[in-house]
Design a protein around this ligand. Structure first.
Ligand SMILES: NC(=O)c1ccc[n+]([C@@H]2O[C@H](COP(=O)([O-])OP(=O)(O)OC[C@H]3O[C@@H](n4cnc5c(N)ncnc54)[C@H](O)[C@@H]3O)[C@@H](O)[C@H]2O)c1
Length: 473
C-alpha cells in the first residue's frame, strides 16, 4: 500500500495547506503542488505565501525543499506521481445551461483531459474539489478515452477544512471521507489513500463510502452548516421586533444537546467561496433530478442570507436619517471571516455595493486583505455605481486605509463587517472624538460591548438585539 510520490493540481486555499500537512506527517512521501499560475507558485516558493492562514507558514517552511515542492511543471509532475489530487476551483457557472446555480466544471475537465494526455502509467486521481454528484463518472469517461489503455482509478476525498482554522482542521479532522469503486482496483486505491492519512489520523475517523455518497456528503455538510446560520439570522429579525436578544436565544437553544451550540452566531450574513456555491449546486442537482420541493427548501437558505445583508444596509440608511448620500461610512473588515485574507462572497462586498448605490462614501480597513484585492473585487462584483455624478471620482467614493483609526476619521458610521479580534479592543473614545456626530456603530458580528459604546456616546445598532427594536422597520 505504500506510496512514495503524490501531487496536487491546484495550489489554492485547499491544495496548498492540505498538501503541506500531508508532507509534514508523511516524511517519506514526496509531495508536489502544481498550478498553472506562475505568480501563485512563485509566492508559495517565497517567504510571502499567497494565502494567510494561522500556522501555515511554520508547516510550509519546515517541509519546503525537503519533501514539499511547488511547481508549474504540471505534465512532468503528473507523470512522476502515483496519486494525483485535484483541487482546482469549481465556481458557480456564469453562462449557459445552469447559469447562476450549476458548478462550472471547466477547470476539472481541462485537468482530466491533460492527465489522460500526459500520463505514462496507471494513476489514482482524487477529487479534492467539491463536485456535483456523479462527477467521478464523467471524469472516468474523459480519463479512459485515452488510446494507450492506461487505467485510472477515481476516488472522492472531499475537504472539510474551514479557512482561518485550516491547519487545525487538517491536523485534527472530524473525519476523513474516502469514496471509491467497490472493484478490486478501486479498493486498492482506497487503501493507498488511507495509508497516507493513517500517518496522523485515527483509523476510526476514516470513513469509507461509495463514490456518490462521498460527493453528496460534502455538499450536504456545507448546506447544513449554512442552514444553521440562516436559521439563526432569520430569528435575529424576530428578536429585533420583539425585544428578545438573539445571543440569549442562541445560547438557550444551543444548550439542547440535540441541537448543540456551534454555528448559531447571528451576523450580517455568511460569505466565503463555498456555502453559497455548494448550496446552489445542490439546488441545481435537485431541480435536475425533478425534485422541485427539495430544491426550493435549500434555496431558501440563500434567500435568507441575501435578506440579512439587505436588511443590514437598509438599517444603516434608515438610522442615518434616510440618506447616506455623501456621508462617509467605514467598513471594518473586508475578509469573509476572521483569520483569512479571502474575500470571496464576503458580506462586505454586498454592503459596499448597496451603500454606494445610495451614494455613500466608503472607507475600508482590513488587517489582512491586500488593497489590490479590494480593487479586484470592486471590478469582479461590479460594486461601483455604473454612473458617477458629474465631477465625481472613484477615489472620492472609496478609500482603502492601512490604519484603522484613519479609516474611522470623520466617519458618520462604522460597520463591523468581519469579526477580527483587533476590533474588540479598539480605542473607541478616540474613534468617537474624531467622528461626525451623531456617531453610529453597526455591529454586524455582535462582537463589541454595546453598553460601553453607548456610554461613550455612540448610537449602536446590533443584529438581533432588543435595543435596536425602536429603530426597525
Ligand atoms: N476554500 C475552502 O475553504 C474550501 C474548503 C473545502 C473545499 N473547497 C473546494 O476545494 C476546491 C478548491 O478551492 P480553493 O478555495 O482552494 O480554490 P482556489 O481558487 O483558491 O484554488 C484553485 C487553484 O487551481 C488552479 N487551477 C485552475 N485550473 C488549473 C489547471 N488546469 N491546472 C493547474 N491549476 C489550476 C488555480 O490557478 C488556483 O490557484 C473547490 O472545489 C472548493 O469548493 C474549498
Amino acid at each position: 500500500m505504500e506510496v512514495s510520490r503524490i501531487c496536487c493540481i491546484g495550489a489554492g486555499y485547499v491544495g496548498g495547506p492540505t498538501m503541506a500537512i500531508i508532507a509534514k506527517h508523511c516524511p517519506t512521501v514526496k509531495v508536489t503542488v502544481v498550478d498553472i499560475s506562475q505568480s501563485q507558485i512563485d509566492k508559495w516558493n517565497s517567504n510571502n505565501l499567497p494565502i494567510y492562514e494561522p500556522g501555515l507558514e511554520e508547516v510550509v517552511f519546515e517541509c519546503r525543499g525537503k519533501n514539499l515542492f511547488f511547481s508549474t511543471d504540471v505534465d512532468n509532475v503528473i507523470r512522476d506521481s502515483e496519486i494525483i489530487f485535484v483541487s482546482v476551483n469549481t465556481p458557480t457557472k456564469k453562462f449557459g445551461i445552469g447559469a447562476g446555480k450549476a458548478a462550472d466544471l471547466k477547470y476539472w475537465d481541462i485537468v482530466a483531459r491533460n492527465i489522460a494526455k500526459v500520463a505514462n502509467g496507471p494513476k489514482v486521481v482524487v477529487e479534492k474539489s467539491t463536485l456535483p454528484v456523479r462527477t467521478a463518472q464523467s471524469m472516468a469517461k474523459v480519463l479512459h478515452a485515452n488510446d494507450r489503455k492506461i487505467h485510472f482509478e477515481i476516488l472522492s476525498n472531499p475537504e472539510f477544512l474551514a479557512e482561518g482554522t485550516a491547519i487545525h482542521d487538517l491536523t485534527y479532522p472530524d473525519r476523513i471521507l474516502i469514496g471509491g469503486n467497490p472493484t478490486e482496483s478501486g479498493q486498492k486505491a482506497v487503501g493507498q489513500l488511507e495509508w497516507i492519512y493513517r500517518h496522523w489520523v485515527d483509523d476510526k475517523k476514516i470513513l469509507r463510502t461509495n463514490l456518490w455518497s462521498s460527493e453528496l456528503s460534502k455538499l450536504v455538510a456545507n448546506a447544513f452548516l449554512a442552514q444553521r446560520i440562516s436559521s439563526i439570522n432569520s430569528i435575529s429579525a424576530v428578536c429585533e421586533r420583539t425585544g428578545a436578544d438573539v445571543d440569549e436565544v442562541a445560547r438557550a437553544v444551543g444548550m439542547d444537546s440535540r441541537i448543540g451550540p456551534k454555528f448559531l452566531k447571528s451576523s450580517v450574513g455568511f460569505g466565503g467561496s463555498c456555502f453559497q456555491k455548494d448550496i446552489l449546486n445542490l439546488v441545481y442537482l435537485c431541480e435536475s433530478l425533478g425534485l422541485p420541493e427539495v430544491a426550493a427548501y435549500w434555496e431558501q437558505v440563500i434567500i435568507m442570507n441575501d435578506y440579512q445583508k439587505r436588511r443590514f444596509s437598509r438599517q444603516i440608511v434608515k438610522c442615518l436619517f434616510n440618506t447616506v448620500s455623501g456621508k462617509k461610512i467605514t467598513l471594518l473588515g473586508f475578509a469573509f471571516k476572521k483569520d483569512t485574507g479571502d474575500t470571496r462572497e464576503s458580506a462586505s462586498i454586498y454592503i459596499a455595493k448597496q451603500l454606494l448605490e445610495e451614494r455613500a462614501r466608503i472607507s475600508i480597513f482590513d488587517p489582512q486583505v491586500d488593497p489590490g484585492q479590494i480593487d479586484q473585487d470592486f471590478l469582479e462584483y461590479s460594486i461601483l455605481p455604473t454612473e458617477l455624478k458629474s465631477g465625481e471620482r472613484v477615489d472620492q467614493l472609496v478609500t482603502k486605509e492601512t490604519d484603522v483609526y484613519a479609516a474611522c476619521e470623520n466617519s458618520h458610521a462604522i460597520c463591523i463587517m468581519t469579526e477580527w479580534d483587533m476590533f474588540r479592543t479598539l480605542d473607541f473614545p478616540r474613534i468617537f472624538s474624531r467622528m461626525e456626530k451623531p456617531a453610529f456603530i453597526f455591529d454586524g458580528r455582535n462582537i463589541l460591548k454595546h453598553d460601553e459604546l453607548r456610554k461613550i456616546g455612540f448610537n449602536v445598532f446590533a443584529i438581533g438585539k432588543a435595543s435596536a427594536s425602536d429603530t426597525l422597520f
